[in-house]
Design a protein around this ligand. Sequence first.
Ligand code: ATP
Ligand code: MG
Length: 560
Amino acid sequence: MSETPSRDFIRQIIHDDLESGKHSEIVTRFPPEPNGHLHIGHVMSICLNFGVAAENGGRTYLRLDDTNPGKESKEYVDAIKNDVHWLGFDWEDRLTHASDYFGELYESASRLIESGGAYVDSLSADEIREHRGTLTEPGRNSPYRDRSVEENMDLFRRMREGEFGDGEHVLRARIDMSSPNMNLRDPALYRIRHIEHQNAGDEWCIYPMYDFAHTMSDAYEHITHSLCTLEFEDHRPLYDWFLDQLEPPHRPRQIEFSRLNLAYAVTSKRKLNALVEEGIVSGWDDPRMPTIAGMRRRGYPVASLREFVARAGVTKKDKLIEMGVMENCVRETLGEQAERRMGVLRPLKVVLTNYAQDQVEMMEAMNHPARPELGTREMPFSRELYIERDDFMEDAPRKFFRLKPGGEVRLRFGYIIRCDDIVRNESGEVVELHCSYDPDTRSGTGSSDRKVKGTIHWVSCEHAIDASVRLYDRLFTVVNPNAESDFHSVLNAQSLETVEAKLEPSLGELPVGQAVQFERLGYFCADEKDDAPAARVLNRIVTLRDSWAKLEKQAMQEQG
Ligand code: ATP
Ligand code: MG
């Protein structure tokens, strides 16, 4: 499996800019707002920004876009740094914050005032909205629009010094109140907010607005290509207006690409936050969440996430990618890496009536069928075993090749057994099987070459480790929960099931962060939070086969 980015339209632009000599070095930035945890959409943006720079010997900034105090926190800043590192990217000494530039931004805004490009407006927020017009009607000039440069400079300085309350004044760009592009109708540049900032402390009581701060931060950092998502396309004229007015020595270029959306998931921080706040999931790192923290805890390997976004590609077209594509990337990565083990999720006891009471044999089991260099391990085999409840069927159809009354099956790395008797409890449920084993059929060394159609997994009762295993499913029942007016109505009530499982003894030492394949069942890992050596808690990362594939294909087609 390789991660070979073909030359998408952004890589083509960058290639051309290097060829033509427009730029000699590529500088990009990943600019998250620290108001939540990063999700799969951000993985795409991270891989793109760090990727295109690295491919061309360039540099990338991790810039925290923190212009909105009150919603942002240090906790999110730390989580973002951790997530980007985990994905394998390094900003080296280029960790910055929009708030690092509050001084420069103030200077730039003052220069705009001096050149007549900005004014202090004293209308209320409601009045400003009312003056803005609509998509079909032009806006109206504010009565304060023609204040003199001196008056504007004086008011702006006093805004900064804290003379006014929140909302009393705003600094606005003086562009065009009748522009068909609403973003150009004298957008706000600065507002007054008497609130502490998680990075800047209480140094400021005026804060720059996103568009202004973002454009100018790009310019200060000598960003060559400012890559953002399509919803900012309409903001590009404003981005360019700032650059035209202020003429910074380095002029960045904004290029938009489409957002990556994952089927059966929401990827808006607001909605993800709601899932956490309302207790629908256990936290931002709940393994069902499409957050980096959730996917890491679930056990998705980094390589599979990077492969996933490489397959999704960079385009201008909106896309909703099947969860199956993500899961296939996870399967492919883990299929190669993960050692095989045996675990029984829904145990049914089997007693081998002709096997000696205290006998224990050590069975040699391969750790990986395709990678002999990973060696073997020993699994204890004894008179009482657990098998998967689903591997026994009382009224089995003819084609059922696992265990049925009077039928035979091979125990992997063990013997062929035959089911002789069924033991039931008072309510008639099957609680135990009495079987006999054929001593001539031991795997590898058996003298008999007798063959049976089915092979099942097992663990020895006496030696088994108890574990809680969490089985995860999609969090939503519809392909595009983003399109629902209320996502609560499409939550999948069965997205988490916990089963009490029996595992082979070697799994007692499974380190957190290491994935294994339970033969025939899927890939699993110890939970990074709840697992303890004395009480193992495992997550199912992904099943071996894609049971949703058909349904998902169909639903995606209906979506169009
Ligand atoms: P959300 O809607 O989840 O809050 P956001 O765009 O407000 O996302 P930011 O922290 O501002 O989140 O995003 C940082 C960067 O990641 C931006 O450049 C943004 O364009 C990009 N990004 C965010 N979501 C996606 C996505 N789904 N696909 C691709 N890029 C994304
Ligand atoms: Mg944003």
